[in-house]
Write a protein that binds this ligand. Sequence first.
Ligand SMILES: Cc1cc2nc3c(=O)[nH]c(=O)nc-3n(C[C@H](O)[C@H](O)[C@H](O)COP(=O)(O)OP(=O)(O)OC[C@H]3O[C@@H](n4cnc5c(N)ncnc54)[C@H](O)[C@@H]3O)c2cc1C
Length: 549
Amino acid sequence: MAASTHAVTNQPPPLTAYDVFGTDPVLVEGVERHLDAEQARRAARELTELGRAAGSAQAREWGRLAQAQPPVLRTHDRFGHRIDEVEFAPAWHRLLGKGVGAGLTSAGGGPGGRLRRAAAFLVWSQVEPGHLDPLSTTYAAVPALRARPDLAELWEPRLTSAVYESGLRPVSGKAGALLGLGLTEKQGGGEDPEAVTTRAEPVAGGAGTHRLTGHKWFCSAPMSDGFLVVARAAEGPTCFLVPRVLDDGTRNVFALQRLKDTLGHRANATAEVEFDGTWAHRIGDEGRAVATLRETVAAARLDRALGAAALMRQAVAQAVHHCTYRTASGVPLAGQPLMRNVLADLALESEAATTLVLRLAAAHDRADAGDERERALLRLAVPAAKYWLTKRCTPLVAEALECLGGNGYVEDSGLPALLRAAPAGALREGPGNVQALEALRVLQQDPAALDAFLLEAGRSRGADHRLDAAVRALLTELGDLDGVQARARRLVERIALVLQGSLLVRYAPPDVADAFCAARLGGDGGAAFGTLPHHAALAEIVERARPVA
Ligand SMILES: Cc1cc2nc3c(=O)[nH]c(=O)nc-3n(C[C@H](O)[C@H](O)[C@H](O)COP(=O)(O)OP(=O)(O)OC[C@H]3O[C@@H](n4cnc5c(N)ncnc54)[C@H](O)[C@@H]3O)c2cc1C
């Protein structure tokens, strides 16, 4: 007999059946800002549909199931033949199908395509972050692949297709395909191709075909149709395309040793792989892996910044929703002055992150159309944004989790999954120091990138004295390069903050820009969230972040 000892009270309703896009004014305004009227109308229609799907109980359940039923490695079939497959939950395939269908593997080819994709990425990542990984690497791999027009002709239409087709078959027979990246080895190589030891031997008369021998220590989404891999050829580290299945239908040698037991990343799989005479097509010139992969790495880094912005937005949405309904001493938490400060501070961080990544996606569109100044801006702003957003993401999600009290620590709330996912974004495509050093390299060697950044920051000159002072202080720091490596994080943090401040001053409601400039640039805030100046427009900032139509 069921015991009925109490009524359930003071618990919020679930945050489902809402439009993840339409209830986020930062995102809606960003799309309108960067697209022309017709493009914005079309994008809003598509994003509203995706936003409703992302906020539906169905999608939330797919996300939960994909994490609750982790992938399983199947190295051999019942007869002992190697098959090297990974079995994913049905929910994983549904999530991927929807993500591919929403165009997350393709820039769309037209004006504004990067911005539209970035907005869709921000929306759909909020369902479950792990499955965005193969969508992101597939999207990012395309520029590298174009170094081999014959291979691009076969692969690109499938990588950018809106059709998701799971299962290992020759790619020529598939309507859609996914690509992963295999760079990192045990001794290194994730960021430094010179450290790669996997060997590539040319096949006689093979027109760029090689055999690889070696290993990869991290290889995510191992059921992808192919991988861009770095291996050492006669002239040095070189990029290769390794298909999982050969043209004649036989399996390429791609021995999955084990799946890693990671902190989070539960829906996705990350494998260790051995190559032993593995067939590979050379992409780009021998010894030129860095150059071949430059655009791919930049696109993947911007996606990591997008992923961090999406995690932050979802955490803030959950926290504000909970605190709207949960009361303490009869007053909603969101109405308690101290909690209001916490929520406003989190909302500010999330708004600054979303505004920055959308600006960079728009810069990517303009760079595609030939705008060299925007391309230069990206060279500095992408590592800076990747550095700062992924650095802010983990503490923000942890604080948002605390807003839910003990409920936040329980899986059902969804916050633990966000917290587990957050640090992975910081590690992938180069951890914090690597991003900071890359930004430093650009500052030292690429005057056009610094000029483009200063032009962008200068667009709001005179609008806020704290922003103006921060730009002056940054220029002073840049003028003195003594001990510059040890200062790289400080410099890059300030570059990101100045960019965010400049964008918010131009585009956000004045209350938001004022609080940001005070706390993040003017020193009127603490190291923890919830330390905005008490006279800031806390209630208005929280209201703007509330995920209700
Ligand atoms: C969940 C997950 C999935 C992954 N999936 C893939 C995948 O699919 N494909 C793939 O290729 N890789 C993958 N990786 C690997 C990831 O890209 C690397 O772990 C990452 O690039 C860092 O490389 P590393 O582990 O060799 O660390 P290292 O390069 O050894 O770095 C260790 C630390 O040293 C710092 N550091 C490095 N150089 C310097 C320097 N010069 N000065 C100061 N500090 C420095 C770094 O910032 C870092 O903090 C995955 C990792 C994770 C966690």
